[in-house]
Ligand binder design. Structure first.
Ligand code: ARG
Length: 478
């Protein structure tokens, strides 16, 4: 069914309808649409734009329709153009004539923007809660292994020893920024466009503030043309998801590296790994790899919608219908990726001994030796050159700084004394890095405590964010 037959002599071409129809995918936000229609009909009744009887009949019909769809889904043979046409047709079948008053003082342009804003707000919430779960699992690995020392890498070369918990808390920071982005995306979506009509506003005494209160929107749109043409909130969500996907891909890459045989620093649980069809010995980090790979698709969806939006004239254009599948596709891929990495961390095994071996490789105490010389009055540039020569000798002899004795060092500088030997220990190196945000154990212990508290408070904040229905934890498509 279409909502616009009057103007069309031939009733519209079936190919055109098939091509432009959004019902196959916009049915996904029927709950948002029905909630918005209920709020709209209540407002129409309260302001006298339609009669109280019409308003009541519409509201009770829509509530019944919502339950019916919850229970039975959509009929296979429904060939409506979009979710709006479906709802209006079914409402008409259920309550008769009053249904024909529902679309007074609104257009599908402000309706779709309203529905999708509600949907994106709910999705921000679901995604933020999933990230809080992942972050909680990451912090709990850190809390279980507060003393494990590993090789901090730059250029994928051993650089300086760090606490593994410090590395985990770096992931926590990255994902914390994604929570901030979702916060911003939620806030940008939190503006009610209903009342803008097609683009110019409506010639009825509507009360958008009342509708905003019912639908739990924080603000109402200031400009009707912007209200129907703005999709920044979608791009903001997609950017938040892209940033998250990018972070997941970097975390997943570290997991793949640390899990590889040459590193053997962590073991992924059998339940988060898969095997090979030909090589019986294989246990592959497929979950991490796919989480890494999903970033490509998500970046593509984000840049795809950016390109769609670029150069669109004000106000509404059907190009903008493309925002739905972009968001749904991102949702379907990012949520399982977050949850899979959450499970992977929750079941991850750490080999602390092996990590310490890695931390001692690659002359990783070189900076500490240079810093030691600085403490003895040598300027840093000179100290760097001296230790560089020591390292060169190690490389030539096929040994490592960690195996040197005082005699070896004394040949390079008189400033070396017996107290230098402890500087070759990764534990010393880590303990010394007390600068703010550094890897010293006390710093990391407090970062873990702060991280736990932050994640918990973010979870509470997101849980408290309300949407216009009670059971907003789940979504029918999940
Ligand atoms: N299906 C459209 C979308 O998703 C909304 C309704 C289109 N409005 C219109 N005037 N054709 O953006």
């Amino acid at each position: 069914m279409t909502l616009w037959k009057g103007r069309f002599g031939t009733g519209g071409g079936s190919e055109a309808i098939k091509f432009t129809s959004s019902f196959p995918f916009d049915r996904r936000f029927y709950r948002e649409d029905i909630a918005a229609s209920i709020a709209h009909a209540e407002m129409l009744g309260a302001t006298g734009i339609i009669s109280p009887g019409q308003s009541k009949a519409i509201v009770s019909g829509l509530s019944r329709l919502r339950l019916l769809i919850d229970e039975q889904g959509f009929p296979d043979d429904a060939d409506d153009e979009d979710i709006f046409s479906f709802v209006e047709r079914r409402l008409g079948e259920m309550i008769g004539d009053p249904a024909r008053a529902l679309h007074t003082a609104r257009s599908r342009n402000d309706q779709v923007a309203t529905d999708f804003r509600l949907y994106v707000k709910g999705l921000c919430r679901r995604m933020a809660l999933a990230i809080c779960g992942l972050n909680a699992s990451i912090v709990s690995v850190a809390a279980r292994h507060p003393d494990a020392i590993t090789a901090g890498m730059t250029h994928l070369q051993v650089a300086q020893p760090v606490l593994f918990a410090h590395q985990l808390m770096a992931y926590h920071e990255m994902l914390g920024r994604d929570l901030d982005l979702l916060d911003a995306a939620f806030d940008r979506a939190d503006v009610l466009p209903l009342g803008a009509g097609a683009l110019a506003g409506v010639p009825y005494p509507v009360d958008p503030k009342r509708v905003a209160r019912s639908l739990k929107f924080g603000k109402i749109a200031a400009n009707s043309m912007d209200a129907v043409s703005d999709r920044d909130f979608v791009l903001d969500f997609l950017y938040a998801a892209t940033s998250t996907a990018l972070h997941l891909s970097r975390i997943a890459e570290d997991i793949c590296v640390l899990n590889s045989q040459p590193f053997s620093a962590i073991t992924i649980s059998d339940s988060y790994a898969t095997g090979s069809s030909i090589m019986p010995q294989k246990k592959n980090p497929d979950v991490a790899e796919l989480a890494r790979g999903k970033s490509g698709r998500i970046i593509g969806r984000f840049t795809g919608l950016l390109a769609t939006m670029k150069g669109l004239p004000l106000t509404y254009n059907l190009d903008m219908q493309e925002d739905k599948e972009a968001v749904f596709d991102v949702e379907e891929n990012i949520l399982p990726a977050i949850s899979a990495l959450d499970g992977l961390f929750a079941t991850l095994e750490i080999d602390e001994e092996r990590m310490l071996q890695l931390a001692s490789m690659g002359n990783s105490s070189a900076t500490d030796l240079a810093d030691y010389l600085v403490g003895k009055g040598v300027n840093f540039r000179e100290a760097h050159a001296v230790v560089g020569r020591v390292v060169r000798e190690c490389v030539d002899r096929g040994t490592d700084l960690s195996t040197l004795g005082l005699d070896d060092l004394e040949q390079h500088s008189e400033a070396f004394g017996p107290d230098v030997l402890e500087r070759l220990e990764p534990a010393w190196s880590v303990r010394a890095r007390t600068s703010p945000g550094g890897t010293a154990p006390d710093n990391v212990a407090s970062a873990i405590a702060i991280g736990q508290a932050k994640t918990e408070s973010a979870r509470k904040t997101w849980e408290a964010r309300s949407l216009p229905w009670d059971d907003h934890d789940s979504h029918p498509e999940d």
